[in-house]
Design a protein around this ligand. Sequence first.
Ligand SMILES: [Ca+2]
Ligand SMILES: [Ca+2]
Length: 371
Amino acid sequence: MFFWKKDKNQTVEPPPENIIKIPEEFYGAKDPVVHYAKSTVVIQKAGNVAAPVSKSPSGAQSAPKLGFLRNKKAIYLLAGLVFLLVVGLISWYYISPALKQAPAPAAVVSESKPKEEQPAVETPPEEIAAEAEIATSTEEITAPPSLVGQTLQFPTILLANSADIDSDSITDLEEEVFGTDSGTWDTDGDGYYDGQELFNLYNPAGIAPMKLIDSGLAKEYVNPAWQYRVFYPAQWQVGEVDDEKKAVLFSAITGDYVEIFVSPKNFGETFEDWFAREAVGQNYADLQPFVNRFQEGGWKRTDDLTAYFITDSVVFALVYNPGVTDSIPFRHIMQMMVQSFRPGKTSVVVPEQTVLPTVSTSTKIIEEPLI
Ligand SMILES: [Ca+2]
Ligand SMILES: [Ca+2]
């Protein structure tokens, strides 16, 4: 409105209809060049203004952009590029880990060349285990032999004696072994009853010879490998089980036998520790110390069916094994053997016979009643 002031003296033609009027504040009054110095649009004087469409420089620049965006093909192209980019990123997201893992299988495959080596690396634990088993078995072979694992078997404790008609602490079957009278308490009438003489290693069947070993009723066995000595009934059979003479059996015709087993003992190992390791199933509390007729100390079970003599390196175990019956026909012979055992000494001098106050307690407890 202001631009087109009518001068009475001068006729001004109105601007063409296609020319937009620009507000004065953008127009810069009389000096639009100064006002729009930064504009890319060259604004001419009002009278010659021809173009300006944009209201600001930015507006003037946004027009081409909008024009670009209005181009559907361009939009589709851009969307396609974005889509491809997204698909590519997603694909990379999933493929990249696979590519990272790929080297591992590749490495396995590549290592599969030493495939035979790979099992060799994986199998060592098994081989080690196998070697350990072999070592164990070797140790088992080289370890001290187990009493239970071999021929030694422990009898049930507190089994009753077989019949002893005259209650002289020699059963009827033992009387037969030594030729004594099963109905006479003191067969030779020397004041010592039959069981007492046998226990003291004296001859129960006669006054002379006095000593059991001299009577011919008992023999002395000397182990050629371990040098221990022991009396045994002359009627019994002696059998050395192994070449090393570690196990020797003294057998009666009834099937009963006494086994003497030599078991290695570790240096410094106590008998109790050895007992816990070797005498499996046996109760240490059932043992009691004793000293035999040759002053050899040892440990024996309260029922006299097992006895042990201990040295620094070995334990000599004497174990009674019942025959077909559960009763014990030869307990007093077992006692005689224990009383005569010497781990290595050569002395054969039997101490003087002394009168025992009563029959041994353990025997008395399980003695058959007099019939
Ligand atoms: Ca008797
Ligand atoms: Ca007598």
